[in-house]
Design a protein around this ligand. Sequence first.
Ligand SMILES: Cc1cc2nc3c(=O)[nH]c(=O)nc-3n(C[C@H](O)[C@H](O)[C@H](O)COP(=O)(O)OP(=O)(O)OC[C@H]3O[C@@H](n4cnc5c(N)ncnc54)[C@H](O)[C@@H]3O)c2cc1C
Length: 294
Amino acid sequence: MLLLPRFDYHEPEDMKSAFALMSGLKTNAKIIAGGTDLLVNMKKGLISPKYLISLAKMKELFVLEPRKKGMAIGSHVIISDLAESDVLWKNFPVIAKAASVLGSPLIRNRATIGGNIVTARPAADLPPALMAVGAKIELKSKKGKREVNIDEFFLGPGKTVIRPDEILTKIIVGELPPFTGSDYIKLGHRKALEIAIVAVASRITFDKPQGVIRNARIILSAVAPQAIHAVSAEKILINEKPTEKLIERAATLAMQDCRPITDIRGGAEYRKEIVKVLVKRTLLSAVKAVNRKK
Ligand SMILES: Cc1cc2nc3c(=O)[nH]c(=O)nc-3n(C[C@H](O)[C@H](O)[C@H](O)COP(=O)(O)OP(=O)(O)OC[C@H]3O[C@@H](n4cnc5c(N)ncnc54)[C@H](O)[C@@H]3O)c2cc1C
């Protein structure tokens, strides 16, 4: 069995102390949240930080609360709390569903939403769902705070715009307009403990009941270096009624919007076919969700 390399562990009680530690320890230090990614990488010898700075005692990172117009989710909220949140299932079911299929109960009980975002894996479950609802990422450093649209947060596998002196503190999701429906579907070889071969998060908003589509977001995961919008598929849905023919056309266009690779989990052509199937299914399910709410 691989052993963890030696490190010192710090558990600051507030942000000020965390920033002081981070600036003192610089590149020798790494933030630890649930550790489900970080500790695996340390055991494999891929990284060996001398200091770990835990976020476990910072109360402000644990919020999971409705706001006047939306929801604020602290970066240290664990995945199982998202999967079991009634407020989330009611207002942002696409996020709750993505959380409910991440890893296994053991992983969901430790892994945090912040860690899932910062890790920036091309097949991570939360980013596509958060992109579908247009989430914003709050980052804090000792110099102040900034908000980044999640569409601009990821730069590639393992790469984001977060600076070494910053902590991801919150995910902010604005209230969704009426007549909105969404869904997230992940395909893996198994039902649990599985990284996606392909996953799709779709969200559509109608102008009125039985009306036309005003806003569409279709996010494809595990078919590019990071989760991406199926841009041409999103475009053709706007100002149209969701006929079967239109949804089929959008699903076909989505295949051209992605750049999958062939790896151990699936071939590129197979992944494209699955994109088509999942885009179709998530869109149909999103339409159904709107009709159910009427
Ligand atoms: C067996 C197994 C199965 C898994 N299955 C899945 C799966 O199905 N789907 C999936 O998406 N992922 C999966 N993962 C990956 C992992 O569990 C998730 O990415 C998890 O959400 C990471 O969160 P964490 O809190 O454990 O992060 P950590 O491991 O603590 O940290 C990960 C990285 O993020 C940084 N970080 C964490 N929080 C912050 C913050 N607030 N601000 C700044 N930097 C921060 C850390 O420094 C580190 O670089 C799996 C992992 C394992 C081991």
